[in-house]
Each structure stands twice: as structure tokens, then as C-alpha cells.
Design a protein around this ligand. Structure first.
Ligand SMILES: Nc1ncnc2c1ncn2[C@@H]1O[C@H](COP(=O)(O)OP(=O)(O)OP(=O)(O)O)[C@@H](O)[C@H]1O
Ligand SMILES: [Mg+2]
Length: 310
């Protein structure tokens, strides 16, 4: 784990080694982090399998929750030129492979998490990009359906990164002004992938999530989808995150070299219940040892064009 902490932005005047916690760091973790890829995530296990002896949380069946997924509208993804999302074609094999590795780690995780929140210590670490790519990768592997939910009402961006409208979405469903079936979108290019945008920005998002409607919604989506990936605000920034985390089986923590503040990262790790931390993703790592760096750097500017033309 020391590689991750060394890579993070230090708080002013901090000694380099004082913030290296021993919370994460089995031997295989370090090995994974030493094989970085530019602008591509590296996944780090939070703990060895033996650290999660308890049974996986069972999905609570919700009577009558049956969503008619065949009735959900289908839209074509329109990924903007600069959005580093859904790199699942032959051209972007390095990025694609990294997300597949993360997917495998989640599929094989001893706790069998099905509803997963993606968060990070601060803003701009790559939560939304990671949530989109993780959901995309899972939808390509599983035979069942995957839901990507934007739970960040304050800085919702998932809709923009994939070219959908932000509304109707989660906010309207929780308010009761829109049925879940009408807010969900089925993606044309990824047949197993569904999206629930954030909806209109609300003054008090925490109140929307601290409600029986949120409990009911999480039960329904657990019944209808094999995996639910939830984008969220930063850890400890607002109450919204805690309410989302409470409903999820686990947390994937995203950190970004030269961006994530070490102090915030340390605090996030302290705050996170250990049993909920599934792993850490080192996003945007730039020190790649294979040839083709230039080719890789241009990936993000070519991805969407090629993606749209598929
Ligand atoms: N792996 C990546 N490669 C290239 N650009 C990236 C990568 N990850 C994130 N970015 C870019 O960094 C910016 C922030 O990413 P993103 O929106 O995913 O972060 P965030 O943690 O969700 O931010 P916020 O806290 O505002 O919700 C975006 O412009 C995104 O396109
Ligand atoms: Mg975001």
C-alpha cells in the first residue's frame, strides 16, 4: 500500500511516511500496485479472503418488486470525445483488461457483494468514471443484468459521460413523482447494462436517501439486478454517502496519484467500516512499463469516436 500513499498529494508540511497506515497491505496488494498503467486503474485488495469469514449478505426478496425490464426504454450511448469511459473494444485493451481484472476480483470476492458503492476521499478522484467502467465490465461478463445508479445528487455526471439526460432519475423516483420503470434506461450497446441517472438536483439530498422510499428502492433493484453499482459523493463529505453505504454490501475506494490528498485518504480509510471495504483502485496511474505510451495517452480522445461507430 505504501506505493499508493506515496503517490497521493501530501498535505502541506506533512512528512512522507507519517501517513502510511497499515490498514491495507497484504503482500499481493503491493505486487498489484507495482504494475501501473497510465490513466488506468490498478485494483488493490482490501484484505485477504480469510478476513471476510462471514456469509455474504443475502438479497432480501421484495414481494411484488418485479420490474418489467422488457418495458424499460432503450437508448443509444453517446459518449463524448473526451470521456474516458467504456473502453471495451480491441483498441483499448490495456484499460479494458484492467477493468476486467477489477471485475474478476469483485466476482471472486468472498463476501459476494452485489450492491457496491464507488467512492473516494475527495472530489475528482475518478469515482464516476470508475463506476461507469466497472458497471460496463460487469455487464459484459454476467449473464444477468447490471444497474449503474448515480447516487451523487450534488455533482451528478454519469449522464453527461454517456450522453443521457440527467432526469428523470433517482431523485424523482424517491420523491414519488416518477416510477422506477420510467426513470431507468436500458443501453443499446451493452444489452445487460441499465442506468438510473441522478435526476434533478435537490436542496436536501440526504433527506431523500434517509427515507423508506430509499429502502424500498434498494430492495427492488436488488431483486431485479445481479449487480448494482452506485456512484456517490466523497466519503465523509456529506450525509448522503453514509446513507448509500449503509444500503450497500461493500465500498470500492478510488484514489488518484498526484490528486488525492493523503490526509483525506487516511481519514477515509479510518472512517470506512473495515468489513465494507472491498478494495482500493489506483486511478490514472501514469508509470507504465510496456511500450506504446503515446498510443495509450491518446486513448481517451479516440475512445468515444470508435465506440460510437461500433
Ligand atoms: N482514468 C482516467 N483517465 C482519464 N481521465 C480520467 C480518469 N478518471 C477520471 N478522469 C477524469 O477526471 C475528471 C474527474 O473524474 P470523475 O468525474 O470520475 O471524478 P469524481 O471523483 O466522480 O469527481 P466528483 O467528486 O466531482 O464527483 C473527469 O474529467 C474525468 O473524465
Ligand atoms: Mg463524480
Amino acid at each position: 500500500m505504501s506505493k499508493i500513499f506515496e503517490a497521493l498529494t501530501r498535505a502541506e508540511g506533512e512528512p512522507a511516511s507519517s501517513l502510511l497506515p497499515d490498514l491495507i497491505g497484504p503482500d499481493d496488494t503491493v505486487a498489484a500496485a507495482e504494475q501501473p498503467l497510465p490513466a488506468t486503474p490498478v485494483v488493490v485488495d482490501a484484505a485477504p479472503a480469510s478476513a471476510h469469514p462471514q456469509a455474504p449478505p443475502a438479497a432480501v426478496p421484495v414481494p411484488g418488486a418485479g420490474l418489467r425490464l422488457d418495458k424499460i426504454r432503450t437508448l443509444s450511448l453517446q459518449v463524448p470525445q473526451t470521456a474516458p469511459v467504456l473502453p471495451f473494444d480491441d483498441t483499448h485493451w490495456q484499460a479494458s483488461e484492467r477493468y476486467r481484472i477489477i471485475r474478476t476480483k469483485i466476482l471472486q470476492h468472498p463476501r459476494k457483494p452485489r450492491m457496491i458503492v464507488v467512492s473516494s476521499p475527495g472530489s475528482g478522484d475518478g469515482k464516476s468514471v470508475t463506476a461507469i467502467n466497472l458497471a460496463g465490465a460487469l455487464s459484459l461478463k454476467t449473464t444477468s443484468n447490471v444497474l449503474l445508479m448515480d447516487g451523487d445528487f450534488r455533482r451528478a455526471t454519469i449522464h453527461r459521460q454517456i450522453g443521457f439526460s440527467h432526469t428523470p432519475g433517482l431523485a424523482e423516483v424517491l420523491e414519488g413523482t416518477c416510477a422506477l420503470e420510467d426513470a431507468l434506461v436500458h443501453t443499446e450497446q451493452f444489452p445487460a447494462l441499465y442506468v438510473l441517472p441522478a435526476g434533478d438536483q435537490r436542496a436536501n439530498p440526504a433527506e431523500l436517501l434517509d427515507s423508506p422510499q430509499w429502502q424500498s428502492l434498494t430492495g427492488r433493484v436488488r431483486s431485479a439486478f445481479e449487480y448494482v453499482i452506485v456512484d456517490s459523493p466523497p466519503i465523509a463529505a456529506v450525509a448522503d454517502y453514509d446513507l448509500i453505504m449503509a444500503a450497500c454490501d461493500g465500498v470500492v475506494l478510488v484514489v488518484r496519484p498526484d490528486h488525492t490528498n493523503r490526509t483525506l485518504c487516511f481519514k477515509a480509510l479510518e472512517t470506512l467500516p473495515k468489513e465494507k471495504l472491498l478494495g482500493v483502485i489506483l486511478n490514472c496511474e501514469s508509470n507504465w512499463f510496456l511500450p506504446g505510451k503515446d498510443q495509450y495517452d491518446s486513448y481517451y480522445y479516440r475512445a468515444s469516436k470508435e465506440f460510437r461507430s461500433r
